[in-house]
Design a protein around this ligand. Structure first.
Ligand code: UDP
Ligand code: MG
Length: 320
């Protein structure tokens, strides 16, 4: 059957961390698009990720005006990705729309994304063009997408963040992925089905400074790299082989020099320098292996990825 927004229930998912000033205008802007699109039903699931400002009060207020506004309150600040996952786990719609709650993902672009869903695509992600962000942030993020793409086994689209539209089948796949560390933009690619991107201009933050600190961004980048690839380990093995061969070759040359009295000489400091370099590399390799072991440890502990303190309007028996 042909897909149509008019027959579909839209479920928006927005992670919120200290966005009290942005939530009311963002809700208004979403409502304008929803009124235009006229879906058969909709819900807006806000995930309050342990905000310490008045965000939760604002959400309660919005819910009093519009029962289609729902919210999940996490027990503390877990981070952008866990918050989005908490939302996906509860979003009950034929189409799930992921976007940030800081107004950087333009509500006016939602219809364009949904049209691709109507055309039969199961994942439609916004490709960021003209990002209105600091130069370093933009440069690092572009570098990250390239490295991720070159390291991992699945092809990752460049400059595609959270902003996307997922068919319910894809949302169900994401929900069922059993791992704890869920880097959604990567898993979304991994999920497969029919995917496409639409260029969308990324807006400036409505209020305040980015809630993602550099530390959080670095963690996200590492999550992306290490959970999507064991190629760093392959690179380690290859450099290991290279050094082992060089070592054997050197020993061979030394032995030959002794046996046949060849005029090859190794200054002593070369040997020291080589030993120090190899020692350093070994520490680096150990560290890399440690990172993977740490990730395995994280998964094995089986701790919840996020903890829900309260929720309103959410079906207790899970999405249909
Ligand atoms: N966010 C969150 N938990 C956090 C940090 C951020 O839920 O610990 C939310 C934030 O409110 C926003 C979205 O995640 O809706 C993206 O955050 P931000 O704008 O700081 O990230 P950036 O745009 O730099 O990726
Ligand atoms: Mg932002």
């Amino acid at each position: 059957m042909a897909r149509s927004i008019r027959d579909a229930k839209l479920a928006f998912v927005l992670p919120v961390f200290n966005e009290e000033a942005t939530l009311p205008p963002l809700y208004q802007a979403l409502k304008v698009e929803i009124d235009r699109l006229k879906p058969s039903d909709y819900e807006i699931v806000f995930v309050n990720d342990g905000s310490v400002d008045g965000s939760l009060e604002v959400l309660r207020q919005l819910r009093r005006q519009d029962p289609c506004v729902k919210f999940v309150g996490l027990s503390r600040n877990f981070g952008h990705q866990p918050a989005i996952n908490a939302g996906i786990d509860r979003a009950d719609g034929d189409v799930v729309i992921l976007m940030d709650a800081d107004f950087q993902d333009d509500p006016a672009a939602v219809p364009a994304l949904l049209r691709e869903w109507e055309a039969g695509f199961d994942v439609v992600y916004a490709i960021r063009v003209n990002r209105k962000e600091g130069g370093i942030r933009r440069f690092l993020s572009a570098a990250f997408y390239r490295i991720l793409d070159s390291l991992s086994e699945t092809r990752h689209p460049l400059n595609a963040g959270i902003f996307s539209v997922l068919d319910r089948r894809v949302a169900a796949v994401l929900r069922r992925m059993p791992e704890r560390n869920k880097y959604i933009s990567g898993l979304r690619t991994y999920a497969g089905f029919r995917q496409t991107g639409v260029p969308v201009e990324r807006l400036a933050r409505h209020a305040g400074t980015p809630r993602q600190t550099w530390r959080k961004i670095a963690k996200l980048a590492l999550d992306g790299l290490f959970s999507f690839s064991y190629r760093p380990l392959v690179v380690l093995s290859i450099t290991g082989i290279f050094f082992a061969l060089t070592g054997f070759l050197t020993v061979g040359v030394m032995v030959a020099r002794r046996l046949f009295d060849l005029p090859v000489a190794f200054p002593q400091w070369t040997a020291y320098a080589a030993l120090i370099a190899i020692g350093g590399l070994q520490l680096l390799w150990l560290g890399m292996i440690g990172v993977y072991i740490g990730r395995i440890y994280e998964e094995v502990k089986q701790r919840p990825y996020y903890i829900v303190a309260e929720q309103e309007g959410i079906r207790t028996d899970g999405p249909r």
